[in-house]
Design a protein around this ligand. Structure first.
Ligand code: COA
Ligand code: AMP
Length: 634
């Protein structure tokens, strides 16, 4: 007999209207949809057309009406400020309604954009939900990005209002957010009318008269605002993510499909129910934070945890277990890099033994490939299922997973298990033909994508088609390569573009190359992601200098490292570069990145037939050995 996963998977593909229509009945609608899936404007598909609802209502008010008003909705746990603060559903709704009123007082109305540049404090979630409450479109920008990246997003989203805080705290360092905000606005061509600043006690930010408003003051004056019905197809948020150039892509998320899909995933994938405590140890600046710190758990009526800290050093490698035990967390979702950090500090998992974590049932990992060693280490020390699952900013929720609320499949190390219901995943070659089982090819998803995925890019339908739909007609291109096995398990092996994954953060090496090329002494450059024990990958830059440069190499390297930090941000973790005479290239002038990468990671490689000058590979190897990456080959 087919198991619950098989039944759901089959139905989701054969009858998407029936499948997602049923899931949507679990949500509150002011007006029911006319059509579940509208495919009249292919390749643009829309979900729940004609439906009207409100995301914030479904995340908060709905549960209060169902009797959950006194249950904790959000627990802010901040070891870096020694704070634990709890909000019940009623308290969170009241704070959100007041802040929604404050936004409305600044003239923010349905469809206006609001950029949120904040650390991991409850006010970030309050700001997001307040935007949703009045139908404004939020765009959260990760705090580790530099002013220049923020400016690019301001220019694209053209926010009416920006919301920020005076500072963030990175372990023990206080990082000023407001100076970066001011610099970004100065650089941007589009200017917000107002900035609402949450002043934190560790660092008070100077305010610009006429533009900046104090969070507490605007809230004190505001009246609570009701939920504004929006169309299911209206945008809820824009989240910018790295593309293949320095220009980030504005991934759009709609309201209705997002609500239906995320609420469904909470049980089907994560196996949590209303009332359970669910923790995604990520950041609201990333898609995981949007979907599983804020929206998913609240749609479901769970208690969500907002953690301002790191897996190690705040104060120690036991902080995850302390939080799980103290707040009775049932399910934790984090990136493998966090576990590598814990494993490095506490290899025998001694901290685990100090806490009663019997409430903890499943650990979920995503954001990068879960290396089998880390996964097995987590299984051994926690004695619970450890589930790798695979998704992207664009998709908003998992493409592949072991759907723990449907059927628990045996884990195969290195594979995020099977395609989730709704996802018709195929592996194809360059001619868009399916390859044989076990053969590696491009991972693509047959259109239409399920609800909650990106309907397009912000103000850029052509960019959406070019980036995702053009190369494999009829399919969405994930830009990942992988394979399936005879049991239908999917393995995701590598990106097919220039994206690298540094400590679970998605970055473009192309964007870093654009920065390096701007150095006056650099003639040519390449940036590659090389394997790193902790962060998975780290970027390494190779510079070819212009003829006649007299400045010492060390000085130039220091300058380019500073430039990347200044223009992209600390999060790029660009700390290593080296000067080389030439870059290995094909005869047509293409840099042989794949080959350089293999040398750096000590992998077998063939000298490409198209190489212009094979001696360049030896020079590259020498440079990598000096940097401590490649081992010298005999
Ligand atoms: N605001 C400002 N700066 C930030 C920042 C933020 N929100 N987040 C990171 N940074 C800075 C850090 O301070 C660091 O700066 P430094 O070069 O001055 O030290 C730099 O960006 C790199 O940070 P990070 O990638 O976090 O590395 P780390 O060495 O500080 O910590 C880990 C390593 C593995 C502990 C950490 O990366 C981690 O917890 N990763 C999990 C990632 C995650 O949750 N991903 C989301 C997908 S699920
Ligand atoms: P992001 O958009 O930041 O979520 O990054 C998405 C990319 O991270 C994917 O395209 C993959 O390359 C990678 N990724 C995420 N989860 C996994 C996983 N479980 N296994 C392998 N790669 C993953």
């Amino acid at each position: 007999m087919a198991n619950a996963y098989e039944v759901a998977y089959k139905q989701s593909l054969e009858d998407p209207n029936g499948f997602w229509g049923k899931a949507a009945e679990d949500c509150h609608w002011y007006k029911k949809w006319d059509k579940v899936l509208d495919d009249s404007k292919k390749p643009f598909y829309r979900w729940f057309v004609g439906g009207e609802m409100n995301t914030c209502y479904n995340a908060l008010d709905y549960h209060i009406e169902k009797g959950r008003g006194n249950q904790d909705a959000l627990i802010y746990d901040s070891p870096v400020t020694d704070t634990i603060k709890k909000y019940t559903y009623t308290q969170l709704r009241d704070e959100v309604a007041k802040f929604a009123g404050a936004l409305a007082d600044q003239g923010v109305v349905k469809g206006d954009r609001v950029i949120i540049y904040m650390p991991m404090i409850p006010e970030a979630a309050i700001a997001m939900l307040a935007c949703a409450r009045i139908g404004a479109v939020h765009s959260v920008v990760f705090g580790g990005f530099a002013a220049n990246e923020l400016a690019t997003r301001i220019n694209d989203a053209k926010p009416k209002v920006m919301i920020s805080a005076s500072c963030g705290i990175e372990v023990k360092k206080v990082i000023g957010y407001k100076p970066l905000l001011d610099k970004a606005i100065e650089m941007a061509t589009s200017k917000p009318e107002k900035c609402i600043i949450f002043q934190r006690p560790m660092e008070k930010a100077p305010m610009i008269a006429g533009r900046d408003l104090d969070w507490n003051e605007v809230v004190a004056k505001a009246k609570p605002h009701d939920c504004v019905p929006v169309k299911a197809t209206d945008p809820l948020y824009i989240l910018y993510t790295s593309g293949t150039t320095g220009q980030p892509k504005g991934v759009v998320r709609d309201n209705g499909g997002h609500m239906v899909a995320l609420k469904w995933t909470m049980k089907a994938i994560y196996n949590v129910d209303a009332g359970d405590v669910y923790w995604a140890a990520s950041d609201v600046g990333w898609v995981v934070g949007h979907s599983y710190i804020v929206y998913g758990p609240l749609f479901k009526g769970c208690t969500t945890i907002m953690f301002e800290g790191k897996p190690v050093g705040t104060p120690d490698a036991g902080v995850f277990w302390r939080i799980i035990s103290q707040h009775k967390v049932k399910s934790l979702f984090t990136a493998p890099t966090a576990f590598r950090a814990i494993k490095r500090e506490d290899p025998n998992a001694d901290y685990v033994k100090k806490y009663d974590i019997s409430c903890f049932k499943i650990l979920f990992l995503a954001g990068e490939r879960s290396d089998p060693d880390t996964l097995k280490w987590a299984e051994n020390c926690l004695k619970i299922p450890v589930i790798d699952h695979y998704w992207q900013t664009e998709t908003g929720w998992a493409i592949c997973a072991n759907c723990m609320g449907l059927h628990h499949y045996p884990v195969k190390y290195g594979s995020p298990t099977k395609a989730v219901p709704g996802w018709d995943v195929k592996v194809v070659n360059a001619e868009n033909e399916e390859v044989k089982t076990g053969e590696t090819g491009a991972l693509v998803v047959k259109l239409p994508l399920p609800p909650g995925t990106l309907p397009t890019l912000w103000n850029n339908d052509d960019g959406y088609i070019n980036a995702y739909l053009r190369e494999f007609p009829g399919y969405y291109k994930t830009a990942d390569a992988g394979f399936t096995d005879a049991d239908g398990y999917i393995s995701v092996m590598s990106r097919t573009d220039d994206i690298i994954n540094v400590a679970g953060h998605r970055l473009s090496t192309g964007a870093m190359e654009e920065v390096l090329s701007d150095h006056p002494d650099v003639a040519e450059c390449a940036v590659l992601g090389v394997e790193d024990q902790l962060k998975g990958q780290v970027p390494v830059g190779f510079l070819v200098l212009k003829a006649g440069v007299t400045k010492p190499n060390d000085q130039i390297i220091k300058e380019v490292v500073g430039m990347v930090r200044d223009r992209i941000g600390a999060v790029a973790a660009f700390k290593t570069a080296t000067v080389v005479k030439r870059l290995p290239k094909t005869r047509s002038g293409k840099i042989l990145r794949g080959t350089i990468q293999k040398i750096a990671d000590n992998k077998e490689f063939k000298v490409p037939a198209t190489i212009d000058d094979p001696t360049t590979l030896g020079e590259m190897e020498e440079a990598l050995v000096q940097l401590g990456y490649a081992k010298a080959r005999k």
